[in-house]
Design a protein around this ligand. Structure first.
Ligand code: FE2
Length: 398
């Protein structure tokens, strides 16, 4: 038995007008100050006003949301008693909203009650529907059943995963009006997160025919439309398709998962407060090389060779190894084209800080759930070397 889970997806220009069709008249909007300041909260509330829906707003979500913030939002939600919860924002907003949704549906729960092995969480939606409206094109969190919430423990902010398929939003509205004004650097960082979901998704141990098909399409769209947006952020067609690509990549990731690129990226992001998309986007090339160098099997070579052929990057008769290497070459070309960093050093962490933090980084990797599905099991020494190579920008030769 296997699964394919997805929210109901409404996409394309004006899709936010679908709010009219969602039953319920009291909306609790979860968002952040950036989304509010960019005017996107008003875009949404204008739509709700048009359809005669009431709303109350929680706009205090912060990047890498913390347990305290989630509990504050839950309190406000319980007091307001909505029949629709709307998450308007990026990954942090979605993660907060999913947890608030559970704690609203099950008011006796704590965060630790959310885990994969309880059947009651399949009954989400009795009190409210969750509508996810992403404003960035990257995290795919509008499609997934995972949330990441931080807790301060042992003098460090640790990221905890709370997951259950019941946490998948009821609806995802993928309207390109929301990412239209995203600054270039954020557009590129979030797009590399989506690319990492697809590239890692093709290699992960949970890969399946559904996730493979979606990852392939997402990679094609990101390679086509990100360079266009990099030159012209107002290009409507490119914004629409990149926004769709992030959701498609999210479905691939949600149903196939990712692996050690995200492990390295999560730990790097926690330690040095570097954007998630930037951290995993840099790690992507190095972990792809690492799994392609697996001395015991050539699965990864075959997977990426097929990708290069399917996307027309090499001829169908090209040798597997050369075809797979073409994928690495294309990644680097895209990084250069949109001015994305090639090495972890370029995230501004000094060599001294990096060396001092290396053992803690590796310890965090052991605690990261993403590493479980890596196609090449990775020991502490290898995690350390991967960081060293990715920091210096050296090709992985082990
Ligand atoms: Fe990610």
């Amino acid at each position: 038995m296997w699964f394919f889970f997805s929210p109901n997806i409404i996409y394309g220009p004006d899709s936010v007008d679908f709010m009219e069709n969602i039953s319920g008249g009291k909306c609790f909007i979860i968002t952040d100050k950036v989304v509010k300041d960019l005017g996107y909260l008003k875009t949404l509330t204008d739509v709700l006003d048009k359809f005669g829906k009431q709303y109350e707003v929680f706009d205090d979500v912060v990047p890498d949301p913390r347990e305290e913030g989630v509990l504050k939002a839950r309190e406000q939600c319980l007091n307001y008693a909505p029949d629709i919860i709307i998450a308007l924002g990026g990954g942090s907003v979605m993660d907060t909203a999913k947890v608030v949704w559970v704690l609203y549906e099950f008011p006796d729960f704590t965060l630790d009650d959310i885990h994969a092995f309880r059947n009651d969480l399949y009954d989400m939606g009795k009190k409210a529907k969750l509508v996810a409206i992403p404003t960035t094109s990257g995290t795919g969190a509008e499609t997934t059943f995972v949330t990441v919430i931080s807790r301060y423990e042992e003098e460090i902010w640790k990221k905890y995963f709370f997951l259950h398929r019941g946490l998948i939003p009821t609806y995802a509205i993928i309207d390109p009006i929301f990412p239209m004004g995203m600054p270039t650097e954020l557009t590129v960082n979030t797009a590399f997160d989506a690319l990492a979901h697809s590239i890692e998704g093709l290699g992960t141990l949970w890969r399946n025919e559904f996730s493979n098909a979606l990852a392939l399409k997402a990679i094609e769209l990101i390679f086509k439309y990100l360079p266009i947006i990099y030159k012209d952020g107002k290009n409507k067609e490119a914004r629409d398709f990149l926004h769709q690509a992030a959701t498609i990549a999210g479905l691939a990731f949600g149903n196939g998962q990712v692996h050690i690129g995200h492990t390295l990226g999560h730990s790097w992001g926690s330690m040095y407060h570097v954007h998630h998309g930037k951290s995993v986007g840099i790690a992507m090339k190095y972990v792809t090389q690492f799994i392609m160098n697996d001395p015991d099997k050539d699965d990864a070579i075959k997977i990426y060779a097929k990708l290069a052929r399917q996307l027309g990057w090499v001829s169908w008769s090209e040798d597997d190894k050369k075809a797979a290497e073409k994928v690495l070459e294309k990644m680097v070309d895209l990084q250069k084209e949109v001015n994305f960093p090639m090495s972890l050093k370029e995230t501004g962490v000094s060599k001294d800080d990096f060396e001092k933090g290396l053992d803690s980084l590796v310890n965090l990797c052991y605690q990261d759930a993403s590493s479980v599905l890596t196609p090449r099991s990775t020991n502490g020494e290898q995690f350390k070397k991967l960081y060293q190579y990715a920091y210096e920008g050296k090709d992985v030769d082990f």
